[in-house]
Ligand binder design. Structure first.
Ligand code: HC1
Ligand code: SF4
Length: 583
């Protein structure tokens, strides 16, 4: 690897030749402020907070170059802390603030806002430029996403994320000059634009211009209502991020504390979506084998990520029939809580409220879909994000870090390692293989870690030879995360270049661990830390310590089939746990 030598603030630095000055400074322990910069996603030098003074072998560079796009050069001498640089950074921040809704105290991002933090660090203590402000547009139409232009600083991080990372491009700069705004085309609301509610734009936003619609008040109301029996389920990925809401490092696993907090908040039962993740494997695995044996529609594609379902419906309707008919674990959980569990406990399902805690924005929209109910009873009543749970814990004045570790409640809180890894890209596939391989070989296989489907590569492939009806059959699978990657794979399947039996698709890059509802990780932290990796590792760690690591070994799933559903894909399973999507 070619390297170059340069000096930053008098410190000698040697870095790869393709580095920018911003990254080189970071390596030397020098912090250059940024707002529009998002590593590998948005490197457009728009906010001009990362400006530096520099010369190359004594020849000064003109103006103040932006370090996020300035490539390092041999003999470069960079200064980040001069009066000229400090003055420019402060003025640029003051100009951003002049056109910003500064109601920080009541802002959803108070405390996690990157603009607020920089103003504090840079010492902005006045707003010298007060003039006309843009007329704010606040789009509150959607059940899932709110767009508030009064908070937008036009950094473009959301635009680049939706376009490049997700390959969708709902958001863009509209209008000109003073009127410039980031919005869907034709002033559409987020609901009228083909937004899949992945929420990746929310994760990218440094301020509160994009955020989830919150349902916290409705959940408190249900908890405080003595007539209601309120149960909560937590998605696999939440345990790998919730701690970040309380200052713990990205990817700290907090399963036991999360359970304790939910109990103290006042839920009647604290259950785990991992239980129905295990159940999904039983239902989906059986469906896959049925399709392979009976010439059904292949490749079968997973259906647990509602962002992916919406993407499929909007952009690739020709693949709707390839979707597994299984509802997602979130919805399966709701349907079972209000039937199997309610019956067992003698609770009137009409008085039961099911709340889910998800790393996801799209789960709000999924819970709202008309087909997600059984006999007029909604599966899930409220879906909250990891961040909203963090807010509820704070509102309840719970000292999260000092909580003891507690266990989930019995029955719907029983889960295996296979259920836990659902939250990372490749996890559903690995869980499915663990069960399908055991069933087809008739053995209890010990080698159960399928590393070919792990990791953050955009598209992963694997092939396994398994005996189907006595004949060794090659099963080809693919794992895809992020909708831009989904498009690539679907195009290859359409063109006949690829022929898989089974594909796992998750709308979010990295899978649910990096869902749009997870704790915010600032752009600065994202230079050094990849939340997709840290959080996935937390889930794989939990998998390893579980007594049962295969979905078909979940004792409560076994009991559920024995006493209620009878067998996977039974009539009752179909009524409660499956659905149908229209192309
Ligand atoms: Fe997911 Fe799933 S893994 S979709 O990412 O299949 O949100 O965590 O809960 O439903 O189990 C999300 C996560 C989640 C479902 C499961
Ligand atoms: Fe784009 Fe996803 Fe944001 Fe919708 S939610 S605008 S699809 S990034």
């Amino acid at each position: 690897m070619k390297t170059v030598n340069l000096t930053i603030n008098g410190i000698d630095v040697t870095v790869p030749s393709d580095y920018t000055v911003l990254l080189a400074a970071r390596e030397a322990g020098i912090d250059i402020p940024t707002l529009c910069y998002l590593k590998d996603v948005n490197e457009i030098a728009a906010c001009r907070l990362c400006v530096v003074e520099a010369d190359i072998k004594g020849r000064p560079l003109r103006n103040l170059p932006a370090s996020c796009v300035l490539k390092v050069e041999e003999g470069m001498n960079v200064r980040t802390n001069t009066p000229r640089v400090r003055e420019a950074v402060k003025t640029n921040l003051e100009l951003i603030l002049a056109n910003h809704n500064r109601e920080c105290l009541t802002c959803n991002r108070n405390g996690t806002c990157e603009l607020q933090k920089l103003c504090d660090e840079i010492g902005v203590d006045d707003i010298p430029y007060v003039g006309e402000r843009r007329e704010p547009v606040i789009d509150k139409v959607s059940q899932a996403i709110i767009r508030d232009a009064s908070k937008c600083i036009l950094c473009g991080r959301c635009v680049a994320t939706c376009k490049q990372v997700q390959g969708i491009g709902i958001l863009d700069f509209t209008k000109r000059g003073f009127e410039t705004e980031i919005a869907p085309a034709f002033d559409f609301s987020m609901d009228d634009a083909p937004c899949v509610y992945c929420g990746q734009c929310i994760n990218a936003c440094p301020v509160a211009a994009l955020r989830e619609r919150t349902h916290i008040d409705e959940v408190w109301e249900a908890i405080d209502d003595p007539e209601k029996y309120v149960v909560v389920q937590t998605a696999p990925a939440v345990r790998a991020s919730l701690g970040e809401e309380f200052g713990l490092p990205v990817g700290t696993r907090v399963t036991g504390k999360m359970v304790a907090a939910l109990r103290r908040i006042g839920f009647n039962n604290v259950f785990d979506t991992d239980f129905t993740a295990d159940l999904t494997i039983m239902e989906e695995g059986t469906e896959l084998l049925g399709r392979v044996k009976n010439g059904g529609k292949l490749p079968m594609i997973t259906s647990c990520s509602p962002g992916w379902i919406r993407y499929c419906e909007l952009f690739y309707p020709e693949f709707v029939e390839n979707l597994s008919s299984c509802k997602s674990p979130q919805q399966m959980f709701g349907a079972l809580a209000k039937s199997y569990y309610a019956e067992k406990m003698g609770i009137n399902p009409k008085n039961m409220v099911v709340v889910s805690i998800m790393p996801c924005i799209s789960k709000k929209q999924e819970a709202d879909r008309p087909e997600m109910e059984v006999s007029g009873i909604r599966d899930v009543d409220f879906s909250l994000t990891t961040r909203e749970l963090g807010d509820m814990i704070k509102q309840a004045r719970i000292d999260f870090k000092r909580l003891p570790d507690e266990n989930f409640d019995k029955v719907l809180g029983e889960y295996t390692g296979a259920g836990v890894i659902f939250g990372a890209t490749g996890g559903v596939m690995e869980a499915a293989i663990r069960t399908v391989a055991d069933i087809l070989t008739g053995e209890d296989l010990e080698d159960i870690e399928y590393h070919a489907v792990r990791g953050i590569e955009g598209v992963k492939e694997a092939a396994l030879t398994l005996p189907i009806e006595g004949v060794d059959t090659e099963i080809k699978v693919a794992v895809v995360h992020g909708t831009a990657n989904a498009a690539k794979v679907l195009e290859a399947v359409k063109a006949g270049e690829k022929d898989y039996h089974f594909i796992e698709i998750m709308a979010c890059p990295g899978g649910c661990v990096h869902g749009g509802g997870q704790s915010h990780v600032s752009a600065k932290e994202r230079i050094d830390v990849d939340p997709r990796v840290n959080r996935a590792n937390a889930l794989y760690e939990e998998d390893v310590i579980m007594v049962n690591r295969k979905s078909h070994k979940n004792p409560e799933v076994i009991k559920l089939y024995e006493t209620f559903l009878k067998e996977p894909n039974s009539h009752l399973s179909h009524k409660l746990l499956h659905t149908h999507y229209e192309p």
